[in-house]
Structures are given as C-alpha cells and as structure tokens.
Design a protein around this ligand. Sequence first.
Ligand code: NDP
Length: 319
Amino acid sequence: MSEQIEHVECLIIGSGPAGYTAAIYAARADMKPVMYEGLQPGGQLTITTEVENYPGFPNGVEGPEMMTMFKEQAVRLGADVRFGLATAVDFSIRPFKVIVDESKEISAETVIIATGASAKWLGIPSEDKFKSNGGGVSACAVCDGFFYRQKEVAIVGGGDTACEEASYLAKICSKVHMIVRKDHFRASKAMQHRVETTPNIEIHYETVTDEILGDTTVEGARIKNVNTGETITLPVQGFFVAIGHTPNTWIFKDYIDLDEQGYIKTIPGTSKTNVEGVFACGDAQDKVYRQAITAAGTGCMAALDAERFLAAQHSAVMS
Ligand code: NDP
C-alpha cells in the first residue's frame, strides 16, 4: 500500500448501465463520484450486438456504442471514471475502505456497487482447456463468432442469451447446433420462434455436452441424450456457452447480505443494502429483470439514495 489514501464522497464500483447512470446522477448532485470500471469496462453490453429495446433509440443501437455514450455523458457531467478493479473492501466502519488493484486504498463516504454478473461455464475439463488457450471455446458469440465464418459451431443453453447468440452465429457460420438440456426452451416465445425458424440452426433437445474434442483447437463436440445415453459427435470448430451468469459480489460477502445465488439483497423499493451508506444496483442485485433499462433505473436509485444519505449525515453533523 504505497500510495496515499484518497478520500471520496461517492465511490462507484463497476461500470455498465447501472454504474454509469449512478455516475451521471451523482455527478449532477455534486457528489464528485469516482468510478472504477472493473475488468470489463462498460459491462455485458460491450459484448452484445444490437440493442433494440432501450427506449430512445428507434432504430436500435449497438451495445458497445451505447456504453461509450453512457460513459461520455458521465464524464462530461464530471464523473471521474478510472480503469481499475476493486479487489477488497472493509465496510465495517465508515468511511468505508476499498482497495483497488490490490494496491490503492480509497476511503469512501458512500459506495455504490454496480459490479454486474459474469458468464457461467459448464465446468468440464475440455472446456477449460480450450477456453484458456483461445482454442475455440467462448462465452461470447459477438466477440468470437467472427473466427468461425462459414464454419460449423455449437452453442449450449436454452435461454434468451443462447437464442440471441445462436441467431447471431447463424448469420456468420455455415451451421449452428443448439444444445438444450430440457425438452423446451427457457427463452421467450419470440426468441424461441426465431431460432426454430432459422434454417441453419439445428436444435438438440434433452442433450448435454459429454466432451469437447480436439488437440489444441476444437475439432468436434460429443453430445449425449439425457434419456437414452446415446452420444453423437458434432463436427464443430467453435463451441459457445450461454448458460446464464453469476453475480460479481464475492468481495462483499463478509459485509453485505447476499441471497443463496450470491445476488445482493436490497431493501425492497430502494437500493439500500444491510450496510448504511452502501448501495447496490444493476445485475449484481437483480436476477429477475436483468435488462439495461432496469439496470440504469436502479443506478439512478442508488445515486439518489446515496445523495439523501449524505445529506442526512451532513444535517446530523450541523444540528
Ligand atoms: P437464463 O438463466 O435465462 O438461461 C440459462 C439457460 O442455460 C437455461 O436454458 C438453462 O437450462 C441452461 N443451463 C444452465 N446451466 C446449464 C448447464 N450446466 N448445462 C446446460 N445448460 C445449462 O440465462 P440467459 O443468459 O439466457 O438470460 C438471462 C436473463 O437475461 C434472462 O432474464 C433473459 O430473459 C434476459 N435476456 C434478455 C434478452 C433480451 O431481452 N433481448 C437477451 C438475453 C438475455 P434450464 O432451462 O434447464 O435451467
């Protein structure tokens, strides 16, 4: 801990629609917010394609472009947006202590947690082997689909993300195999209809991944029917995983109440956590809606709650 401790009124941990919206509101309230963007500046929308359902963009907008605009707005209004990852916290007393990149210490009057959620993996050894060496396993079709132009690929999952990514891949790749473990999708009817009616998407229901095959790069995937145990090998060169997300909340677990899946518990109708002065917004506390617009809304709530908390503290000191 070589550097001097920096004191801030409002520290925002994590970017994405929730964090940037919190930064916009906190900056306009003159709270001089400092934001650390985390490992994936801009959050999950930076790895998506077109966003069609965010109000105000009648023709849709690319996710990364939208996040650039969010950031520009926050910076223009005075937010101090920095690259860095919060690696430890101490919320036992206020001002709160937050360590960034294991080296810099911040002392914060209020903290807004906007750390989002990260992709889940299947957890089989062959997945690990190929994802760590860039050998053909990915959790982001938009980032890596390009490498499989006119090739055959597989994608695991039956949710909206898997359907969205399968549709995206179908435009680039010669064929897309969807591996769905149940006999039905979890995705919305509209997304389901889209994949079912795309000619180069083949859906394998009640099927799980037995093994991803290959030496240094993916050369196939062996999939197994959960009822019969029968296996077949798909001749794929790319293998995508789209099976949901885990909230990025583990550094807070000693202080902040989390639910059984690790999502931050907030007082209903607010962004308040069990620690006064610490607020949570976005996907880190929302496993139900998980939309950019709802994340932005809760980011706004967090900044307003933080502003009111600080105002109450100041008036208590004055009286
Ligand atoms: P979901 O949790 O909705 O779906 C995960 C899918 O992966 C399910 O089909 C699940 O199967 C399957 N799955 C989970 N674990 C495994 C495993 N180990 N092996 C095989 N399959 C597995 O996650 P999504 O990321 O799809 O969506 C998250 C949220 O974001 C949802 O609320 C969704 O509606 C929303 N979303 C909205 C979009 C939009 O509106 N444009 C786009 C993308 C996401 P099972 O059903 O059997 O549990």
